[in-house]
Design a protein around this ligand. Structure first.
Ligand SMILES: [Zn+2]
Ligand SMILES: [Zn+2]
Length: 333
């Protein structure tokens, strides 16, 4: 029989129905990935094409040229030059498209994913993401910053070259607002941060934990919305990402690289979305919200049921997914 589970933090309900995995035509593993060359002369993010991107914001230089670059998104969804104006005409409300949309190019190598980069390089990417975050939130017109990475066509990426995106919004999206309000309600009811409580629970049961280090814990949530859905949480309470210290950045890099390596080697390099969920500016130092990274591999496609209910149907058991990921044998480094 299936089981309907609720995520204590997001309050989202998920039907855990492993029987559905036995459906005909169910494909569990990622599609075979085409061979990608190390360099593509037509790629705007490959070395030699630096002039193709808008003027660079920041770069980390290594012995053989740049290692990480940040540039404005050429096809930006939002504009930094505009004036923030909110309008209301009858029922309809609008805000000018003010904000920031940047691209963090992870590596000069066209074909190397985060899972294949050295841990130190992943730490550099995360340090760069933190400075992008701080710079964005310094703009008083920006209320919320989201950092994400799309890996593979099913995850919505349009460029193969490994990159992250940073978007600063002049408002707090309703889903984010809902998460913060749910966390506040839990704090009011029980006097503790729901995410801190979740960390305690996951550590004591251990069944869904993939990896735990000094400052971070990586696990498949009890009510995982999809197969191998993974969260990485800082063990010390912090509502906003930019509170992270240098040693925590290194520890986060270890967790992130390792879980992505386990996806890469154990699940045949699935497409995935990675999202860094930090508190909106107005909730940056609060005791009730807790920032985290969420990684969602695309091994199943949300369909009408998910769209129509906001609930999810997961054909895998989170405890089994965590065990599978723990058991992946990683190559020697
Ligand atoms: Zn490239
Ligand atoms: Zn917390």
């Amino acid at each position: 029989m299936s089981e309907i589970r609720q995520n204590a933090a997001t309050r989202e309900w998920v039907i855990i129905a492993p029987e559905r995995a036995r459906r005909p035509r169910h494909t569990f593993l990622a599609m075979e990935r085409a061979i990608v060359p190390a360099y593509d002369e037509n790629c705007p993010f490959c070395p030699g094409n630096e002039e193709v991107t808008p003027a660079e914001i920041w770069r980390l230089t290594g012995e053989d040229g740049w290692r990480v670059r940040v540039v404005p998104n050429k096809y930006s969804a939002l504009s930094q030059g505009a004036e923030l104006k909110r309008e209301r005409q009858g029922l309809h409300q609008s805000v000018t498209g003010v904000g920031l949309h940047e691209v963090l190019i992870e590596t000069p190598a066209h074909n190397r994913t985060t899972a294949q980069l050295p841990e130190e390089h992943v730490a550099e990417i995360l340090a760069c993401a933190r400075s992008c975050y701080s710079r964005a939130i310094d703009d008083r017109r920006i209320d919320h910053v989201v950092i994400f990475k799309n890996h593979g066509a099913a995850a919505g990426t349009s460029l193969t070259h490994p990159h992250w995106q940073i978007i600063g919004l002049p408002l707090v999206p309703s889903q984010v607002r809902g998460r913060v309000e749910d966390a506040l309600r839990y704090f009011d009811d029980f006097g503790e941060c729901v995410y801190c409580r979740m960390i305690e629970d996951e550590r004591s049961s251990g069944v869904r934990v993939i990896l735990e280090t000094d400052s971070f814990i990586t696990f498949c949530p009890y009510a995982s919305a999809s197969p191998y859905h993974t969260w990485i949480l800082p063990k010390t309470h912090a509502a906003a990402f930019d509170a992270i210290t240098l040693s925590e950045l290194k520890d986060l890099a270890k967790n992130l690289r390792e879980v992505l390596s386990r996806f890469y080697h154990g699940l045949e390099d699935p497409d995935f979305n990675l999202v860094l969920r930090s508190a909106p500016r107005s909730h940056a130092g609060v005791a009730y919200y807790h920032w985290y990274l969420s990684i969602v591999p695309h091994l199943a496609t949300p369909a009408g049921f998910e769209l129509g209910t906001g609930m999810f149907l997961n054909a895998s058991v989170p405890e089994d997914c965590a065990a599978t990921l723990r058991n992946v044998v990683l190559p020697e480094r």
